[in-house]
Design a protein around this ligand. Structure first.
Ligand SMILES: Cc1ncc(COP(=O)(O)O)c(C=O)c1O
Length: 488
């Protein structure tokens, strides 16, 4: 009798748990094989026309089987991946992920907590991970922080705290329309900062870009002079940004000097250490990083040089009161309670602008526990040594030219031939780069240094081996010598 009663309410859970479980096992098997053999395949394939067409269909009104959807994923999506988990990927500054963190992502999605509020394990785990970040970066333990999507968001929220903490202004209430605020950073600073400044309502006119020396480090005498001029013009300097690892070349600004200038004028000192800050786990970097611990705020990424899968960034604010005062708005429906699920740690939703937040801490926790900081030391050192190896190969090769110092994990070089004009060399190197991608060989990317197009290799990849850099050099030479005929 009971089985004749048909349920009238529905769910998205499977009707047949066993076949869903079997599909899950198949997916895991497939992904492990994929990760294990990734280096055997071309690094990148342009998405095919049929695969793109398959992604422009009308929204399905009726569902289909999970097996069928997975089949389409394998056919149209997986083969056209970005390639950033491949051993020869060194584009932009991209992370590579790991097998266990892939599984951790599955566990986090299975638990599916909202990490904006509440007395539950995920929010305590985030505090644990933030404490570990402070320890790795040598940042004071009492600092407050938050996991965010990446370095751009970390810069944005840090600078929002800086803007909201200016003495004598109540920006949260009054806005900034009447303030003539000024912010200072080097010409090598990442574009996320300018986007942030515009978004925070400060206007791009508030930016003072300070030039760099031959090592691409901010000229601090020019910084001091710019601040003095602005003060005497009645403007209101409020913040200086120092870089730990510039995006073009990996340069580290003189943080001690910047910190001293900030202290002298009571300015907020922010550090963008998106990928470079993690080098603090290496004692041999401590001298170069001296002063980072003085920063009022520090932005960095875990999805870059900690090899955590996307997305995972973090920012830390030295004064927790200023952090909280920058964002907290507590409506009736979010009041903190003494007990029950609405109690627990200070709601992370009060420390940024997102209320609904995914469980980013789990993958970081898994990875740090699985490998320990010592293993990370080995890997970060390995990448730095690989950059040194590549730079030395370039210097030894007469048809290649090293275009900037390589103080960390970034190498900028180009193919050259005597007698070719600058614009021809630019075009030639751009062609070489596109062929490296299209032939599925390697993915460096590019930048301009003094208007010269350079091939830029940023190594935050635990799968790269020295032989991969030999391949890059050989193939750059092969392509350069083949393509040059078009330009002569
Ligand atoms: C120095 C620097 N700052 C900020 C960012 C932005 O970080 P994300 O891409 O995680 O938003 C990057 C990205 O490469 C970077 O290299």
């Amino acid at each position: 009798m009971a089985d004749k009663i048909k349920p009238t309410e529905q769910t998205l859970d499977p009707q047949d748990w066993d076949s869903m479980r079997q599909l899950g096992h198949e997916m895991i098997d497939d992904m492990f094989e994929y990760l294990k053999t990734i280096g055997d395949y071309p690094i990148w394939k342009k998405p095919s026309e049929p695969s793109k067409n398959a992604l422009t269909v009308a929204i399905p009104q009726a569902g289909e089987s999970a097996d069928s959807v997975y089949h389409q994923f394998k056919e149209n999506i997986l083969p056209f991946a970005m390639g950033n988990i491949h051993p020869r990927f060194w584009g932009w500054v991209n992370g590579t992920g790991t097998p266990l963190t892939m599984l951790a992502e599955m566990l986090a999605a299975g638990m599916n907590p909202n990490c904006g509020v509440g007395d539950h394990a995920a929010n305590y785990l985030e505090l644990q991970v933030l404490d570990w970040c402070k320890e790795m970066l040598g940042y004071p333990k009492q600092a407050s922080g938050l996991l965010v999507s990446g370095g751009s968001m970390a810069n944005m929220l840090s600078l929002a705290v800086a803007r909201n903490s200016i003495d004598g202004l109540n920006v949260r209430n009054d806005g900034i329309a009447s303030a003539k605020l000024r912010i200072y950073y080097s010409t090598e600073t990442h574009n996320s900062v300018q986007k942030t400044i515009e978004l925070l309502g400060l206007g791009a006119a508030s930016i003072r870009k300070i030039s760099v020396d031959q090592h691409f480090k901010m000229k601090t005498d020019e910084l001091a002079a710019a601040i003095a001029t602005d003060l005497s013009d009645g403007l209101l300097p409020f913040c200086v940004i120092g870089n730990v690892g510039t995006v073009n070349t990996g340069a580290i600004d003189d943080l001690q000097q910047i910190s001293a200038i900030c202290k002298k004028h009571n300015l907020w000192f922010h550090v963008d250490g998106a990928f470079g800050a993690i080098t603090n786990i290496l004692p041999e970097f401590h001298d170069k990083l001296a002063g980072m611990e003085q920063a009022d705020s520090l932005a960095f990424d875990l999805h870059k040089w900690l090899y955590i899968p996307y997305e995972a960034g973090c920012f830390l604010i030295k004064d927790p009161k200023k952090h909280e005062a920058a964002f907290t708005v507590v409506p009736d429906y979010l009041m903190h309670h003494e007990r029950g699920l609405a109690g627990g740690p200070n709601p992370p939703g009060n420390l940024g602008i997102e209320l609904s937040r995914g469980f980013k801490a789990l993958k970081v926790w898994f990875s740090l526990k699985e490998h320990g900081v010592e293993k990370y030391r080995t890997l970060v050192r390995q990448n730095i040594a690989q950059a040194g190896y590549l730079a030395s190969l370039v210097e030894k090769t007469s048809e290649l030219e090293l275009m900037a110092p390589a103080p960390m994990n970034i190498v900028c070089y180009r193919f050259k031939k005597a007698g070719l004009k600058q614009d021809v060399l630019n075009e030639l190197n751009k062609e070489i780069l596109m062929e490296l991608h299209e032939q599925g060989i390697a993915v460096p990317t590019f930048t301009l240094i003094d208007k010269k197009y350079v091939i830029r290799v940023a190594i935050t990849n635990h799968r790269s081996r020295r032989e991969d850099f030999d391949v890059l050099v050989q193939e750059t030479l092969r392509l350069g010598n083949e393509l040059i005929r078009r330009f002569q």
